[in-house]
Design a protein. Structure first.
Length: 318
């Protein structure tokens, strides 16, 4: 994007909790990038109960300030900032300097044909601790299965989206770090146009606020979100396991006696009951999805090209 061509307006939301050392440089980098791209933008920093001078550092850097009196969580800070955003296009980025702001213009351009553009941490040097990578790989594979989509980065903290598309999920979005995971799953399940842009991921300045046992919380969250949007993808594996056990147990029973054991019958009954519960959940999810008009229509993606019939094309040319 040329420096003399104004781009679409953008609101940048930055949640911050005790990030005094990182928030100032992060704001300065964002301002440089947006000014170089001639992008009209408003920068909103939400200090989530910080006690180390984060608010003062962000205010001196020229950002609009929103304050939580207490630490309500990463997701709560994002929701406050998104609600206060004045533009339809909203970007979120962390205050610790790990996400390069230089990708914002490219991602904003792609948002013209998408509902959400996610910075996927797959390019060049990615400073994700080795201890977290196995859990992230497992959770990402599970999310891919449950949504039926390829998710390049499940919980990236750098993303742009349309404000109206995100705010419809506010009642479902948690107040903690799982905000990004939930909105990724929800928008994929509702067939919104989600695009991934490979980005680098810098080494964090300061101490991370994510702890190892958060992986269990992410697992529960993924399953819970799947129950809301794609319940059959959770229930069907359970049904198949019950049926498999019942068939194996029945085969063993027939080799020893002409009767079917109670455990085999219980497995078959359990499979039937779980299947019926899953079908009921799927019917409710489908019905609720139809009541949401935003889940049906999204923007026209870049890979969709209008096709005109030969006659119609000739009339159009005339």
């Amino acid at each position: 994007m040329s420096s003399n061509t104004p781009g679409p307006a953008l609101s940048v939301v930055m949640p911050a909790y005790n990030e005094r050392d990182g928030v100032g440089p992060a704001i300065a980098e964002i301002r440089r990038v947006l000014a170089a791209g001639a992008i009209e933008a408003k920068l909103i920093v939400v200090t989530d109960g910080s006690r180390d001078g984060t608010a003062e550092a962000a205010s001196s850097a020229g950002a609009r300030m929103l304050r939580h009196r207490s630490n309500r969580g990463y997701g709560a800070a994002l929701k406050s900032g998104i609600a206060a955003a004045g533009h339809e296009f909203v970007a979120i980025i962390d205050a610790d300097g790990t996400y390069p702001a230089g990708y914002l213009p490219e991602m904003l351009a792609k948002l013209a044909t998408a509902d959400m553009v996610v910075g996927a941490r797959t390019k060049g040097k990615v400073h994700i601790p080795l201890a977290r990578r196995p859990a992230k790989w497992v959770l990402n594979k599970l999310a891919n299965y449950l949504t039926g989509a390829h998710i390049a980065d499940l919980n990236s903290g750098l993303r742009l989206f349309r404000r109206t598309a995100a705010m419809q999920y506010f009642p479902l979005l948690p107040d903690q770090f799982s905000f990004t995971t939930t909105i990724t799953l929800a928008m994929h399940c509702d067939k919104f146009a989600v695009v991934y842009v490979p980005i680098e991921y810098r080494e964090r300045s300061g101490r991370s606020k994510i702890v190892p046992w958060d992986a269990a919380s992410f697992l529960v969250l993924i399953l819970r979100t799947a129950m809301l949007f794609r319940p059959l993808r959770v229930f069907l594996p359970v049904v198949l396991l019950c049926l498999l056990y019942g068939v194996v147990k029945m085969s063993v029973d027939f080799t020893h006696q002409p009767n079917i054991s109670a455990s085999a019958l219980l497995a078959f009954m359990s499979a039937l009951l779980v299947l019926l519960i899953g079908m009921l959940g799927d019917a409710l999810a489908t019905r609720l999805g139809r009541l949401n008009p935003n889940a049906v229509l999204s923007v026209q993606t870049g890979d969709m090209v209008e096709h005109l019939e030969p006659d119609a094309a000739g009339k159009h040319e005339r």
